[in-house]
Ligand binder design. Structure first.
Ligand code: S3P
Length: 437
């Protein structure tokens, strides 16, 4: 349990948020099946990424981690070099949907059997979204309990390429299929309705895979050709914009604040939070833009009055993980915020439409929970009333814990976060960094 008091002084100073979670996972996964050593700097030592490290160690890969420095060396085994400790091999993915779904695409074509399990949240998240397309490629994947969720039993098979129209814009689904596609005969293509984060495409290309991506009238296409070998290369992981989002919100909301967030990844498939925050009136200046394989910038954020907005459609995948903290910004903004086309929130670490709306209501906010989004009545600076400190039920969801810790800074009185340790999934030093400003 964590108690947070309303903030009475502005947030000031500089922070560097930890490395991007999505890129850290991929660097370990692709490094493991590449030939040669992948040197990673800026790796996120959060529980989710450590689950990925643990899985690949069990598959016979030597991985040196130095969590303090963010340096990781992956001694790649090559595409056909994974050697499990046992057959079947048991892999535990903890709370990590990214590990569970993407590793399934890598394991489906291996010449051994794997059983993947995770925590209670993972055991209730939908896996048919990867079981179906991988099965169409020839994979043998069964949900052990027959409910379409983990544990999954994967018996290695020879795969063939498919063209798959994904009903959801999901980078985990896309990446799982593309990874399987590297091993499959022929060409594998995924068509998604909106463009989801493209870290897999960027990194696999950098490792020498033939990956095409383009937009057509029917959606966003990503195509992988069958691949003999990937070549290791150094990966520099920028700061995670999903972690920076809490500080963008905190500095925007607490009067008088001015902070500099250094080295934040601004890949356009992830940067929707900046566009939406600015459209709400946030004062964000991008400095030192660096156009590396993954672009990054420093973000200068100053307090500003916010107003409600309506958004949905193709921006949603670019800010899906930031909706909890955007909802908190909306609660403090002038007017109404309408979030649409975000039904994917229902299948995250918790049903976030429920966890966001219940916790905002506990803080005194008027919220309508729709099937695919939220309508939030903001208090606004002029209303004379504000969020009330309250008991927050995170459901063990790291992003709910961090978003409502930001809400606590502007809520009257005291807010209690029931399980602050869940932030370790993506941001182990979150409270230390928040207290330092
Ligand atoms: C992720 C993709 C997103 C995101 C998750 C990380 C990834 O999930 O919510 O936190 O690294 O590929 P979906 O692909 O299911 O949308």
């Amino acid at each position: 349990m964590k108690t947070i008091q309303q903030r009475t002084s502005p947030l000031r100073g500089e922070i560097t948020v930890p490395g991007d979670k999505s890129i850290s996972h991929r660097a370990v996964m692709f490094g493991s099946i590449a030939g040669g050593n992948t040197e990673i700097t800026g790796f996120l030592p959060g529980a989710d990424c450590l689950s990925t490290v643990d899985c690949f160690r069990r598959l016979g890969v030597d991985i040196d981690t130095d969590p303090g420095s963010g340096r990781v060396t992956v001694r790649g085994k090559g595409m056909r070099g994974l050697r499990p400790a046992s057959d079947p091999v048991s892999l535990y993915t903890g709370n990590s949907g990214t590990t569970t779904r993407i590793i399934s695409g890598i394991l489906a074509p291996q010449p051994f059997t794997s059983v993947i399990s995770g925590d209670a949240s993972i055991s209730s998240r939908p896996m048919r979204r990867i079981i179906s397309p991988l099965s169409l490629m020839g994979a043998s994947i069964t949900s052990v309990r027959g409910n379409g969720c983990a544990p999954l039993r994967i018996e290695g098979r020879t795969l063939h390429g498919i063209t798959y129209r994904s009903p959801v814009a999901s980078a985990q689904v896309k990446s799982s299929i593309l990874c399987a596609g590297l091993y499959a005969e022929g060409v594998t293509e995924v068509i998604e309705p909106s463009l989801s984060r493209d870290h897999t495409e960027r990194m696999l290309r950098a490792f020498g895979a033939e990956i095409d991506s383009f937009e057509e009238k029917d959606g966003w296409h990503a195509r992988a050709s069958s691949c003999r070998e990937l070549s290791a290369r150094s990966i520099v992981v920028p700061g995670d914009i999903s972690s920076a989002a809490y500080f963008i919100a905190a500095a925007s909301l607490v009067p008088g604040s001015e902070i500099l967030i250094r080295n934040v990844g601004i890949n356009p498939t992830r940067a929707g939070i900046i566009d939406i925050a600015v459209s709400m009136g946030a004062d964000i200046t991008m400095l030192n833009i660096r156009n590396d394989a993954e672009p990054s910038a420093d973000l200068l954020v100053r307090h500003a009055p916010l107003h409600g907005v309506t958004f949905g459609g193709s921006v949603i995948p670019t800010l899906i993980d930031e909706i909890p903290v955007i909802a908190v910004m909306a609660a403090a903004a002038e007017g109404t915020t309408c979030i649409r086309d975000a039904a994917e929130l229902r299948v995250k670490e918790t049903d976030r439409i429920v966890t966001i709306s219940e916790n905002l209501r506990a803080m005194g906010c008027t919220v309508i929970a729709n099937d695919d989004g939220l309508v939030i009545e903001g208090f606004g600076a002029e209303s004379g009333s504000s969020l009330k400190g309250s008991a927050i039920h995170t459901g063990g969801d790291h992003r709910i814990a961090m978003a409502f810790s930001v809400a606590a800074l502007i809520a009257e009185g005291e807010t209690l976060i029931d399980d602050e340790h869940c932030v370790e999934v993506s941001y182990p030093g979150f409270y230390r960094d928040l207290n330092a400003l």
